[in-house]
Design a binder for this molecule. Structure first.
Ligand code: AMP
Ligand code: ZN
Ligand code: FE
Ligand code: FE
Length: 289
C-alpha cells in the first residue's frame, strides 16, 4: 500500500491516457495513495469528472494540466496544479490549442496515407475514446493494423519529431503558458527537465532562472526517467531558487514499460508533504521568490 504517498503527474482518456478520469481516481485510491493530480496534455476536460469522483469516494484530486510550450532543441512541458478550471482566460487559451490540434491531426492522417498506409481519421478518433487526439492514438492504430510491431516502433518510424508523418502543432511560449496558469490560480512546475535537451548544470540554470522570472514555482524533480544524478541536480536548482520540488510517474496506462501509478517502475515514493508545499507556493506572490 502507498499510504501517505501521492502521484502528481497522470494522464486520462481526456488526453492520451487509458483510464477515464474517474477510473484513474478509483485506481489511485485502490492502490492506497493519498492524493493525485490529473495533468492531461493541453486540456482540463478530465478534471471535473475526476474531482467529482474524488468527492464521491473521499479522495483528494488536484485539478491540473500539462502544457507543451514552444522550445528547442528538446521539449518543454509545464505542469499546472490547483487550477481554477472555470477561469475564462485559461479556458480561452485551451480552446485555442484544441482548434490547433483539430487542424493538425488530419494532416498526420494525410501524411500516413501518402506513405501508403491506409488509415482514416475515424479510426484514430475511435481509439482516442472521445477525448483529445494525440500521437499515441495514432501509434495504437498503427499497432492494431500491424503496420508496426510495437508502440515505440510507431514513434520511431513515423511519429516522432522529424519522422515522416510528424506534423508540428502550435505551442504557446513558456511566458504565455506561465501567465495563464498563474492567472487561473495555478502553481506552475517545469515537468521532466531532462527532455529539454539542455546540456549541463549552468545551461539548465539559465533556463530555470528565465522561467522563474516568467512565473515558474516548481521543478518536477522526481520522475521515472530521471537518473539519480539528474534528481540531485534538479533538487539543487529547485532549492537554490526557492522552487517546489514535485514528482509524478506520468502514468498513461499504455505501453510504458509497465510503469504504474504512484510507484513508477518501483522506485517512486512521493510524500504528501509535496502537496502542502505546492499549496504554500500557491499563496506566495510571484515577486516574493
Ligand atoms: P502529441 O500531444 O500528439 O504531440 O503527443 C505527445 C505524446 O506522445 C507524449 O505525451 C508521449 O506520450 C508521446 N511521445 C512523444 N514522443 C514520443 C517518442 N519519441 N516515443 C514515444 N512516445 C512519444
Ligand atoms: Zn502523453
Ligand atoms: Fe510530458
Ligand atoms: Fe505527461
Amino acid at each position: 500500500m502507498l499510504m501517505g504517498y501521492v502521484d502528481l503527474h497522470l494522464h486520462t482518456t481526456a488526453s492520451d491516457g487509458v483510464l477515464s478520469p474517474s477510473g484513474v481516481v478509483r485506481y489511485a485510491k485502490a492502490k492506497g495513495l493519498q492524493a493525485i493530480a490529473i495533468t492531461d496534455h493541453d486540456t482540463i476536460e478530465g478534471c471535473e469528472e475526476g474531482l467529482s469522483e474524488g468527492e464521491r469516494i473521499g479522495f483528494e484530486v488536484i485539478p491540473g494540466i500539462e502544457i507543451s510550450a514552444d522550445y528547442s532543441p528538446g521539449s518543454m512541458h509545464i505542469l499546472g496544479f490547483f487550477l481554477d478550471i472555470h477561469h475564462p482566460l485559461l479556458n480561452e487559451r485551451l480552446e485555442y490549442l484544441q482548434k490547433a490540434r483539430a487542424e493538425r491531426n488530419p494532416k498526420m492522417v494525410a501524411r500516413l496515407n501518402q506513405l501508403g498506409i491506409e488509415v482514416t481519421y475515424e479510426e484514430v478518433l475511435k481509439v482516442s475514446g472521445g477525448g483529445q487526439v494525440g500521437r499515441p492514438h495514432f501509434a495504437n492504430v498503427l499497432l492494431e493494423k500491424k503496420v508496426v510491431r510495437s508502440f515505440q516502433e510507431a514513434f520511431d518510424r513515423f511519429l516522432k519529431k522529424g519522422a515522416p508523418a510528424y506534423v508540428d502543432k502550435f505551442r504557446f511560449t513558456s511566458k504565455e503558458a506561465l501567465h495563464f496558469i498563474n492567472e487561473a490560480g495555478g502553481v506552475a512546475v517545469l515537468a521532466h527537465p531532462n527532455t529539454l535537451g539542455v546540456k549541463g548544470y549552468s545551461e539548465l540554470e539559465k533556463v530555470i532562472v528565465r522561467l522563474a522570472d516568467e512565473g515558474l514555482k516548481g521543478i518536477e524533480v522526481y520522475y521515472p526517467e530521471h537518473s539519480a544524478a539528474e534528481v540531485a541536480e534538479y533538487k539543487t536548482l529547485a532549492d537554490r531558487y526557492s522552487l517546489v520540488s514535485t514528482g509524478g510517474t506520468d502514468y498513461h496506462g499504455i505501453d510504458k514499460n509497465e510503469l504504474d501509478i504512484g510507484v513508477g517502475r518501483g522506485e517512486m515514493k512521493l510524500p504528501y508533504s509535496i502537496v502542502e508545499e505546492i499549496k504554500a507556493a500557491q499563496n506566495r506572490p510571484l515577486s516574493e521568490r
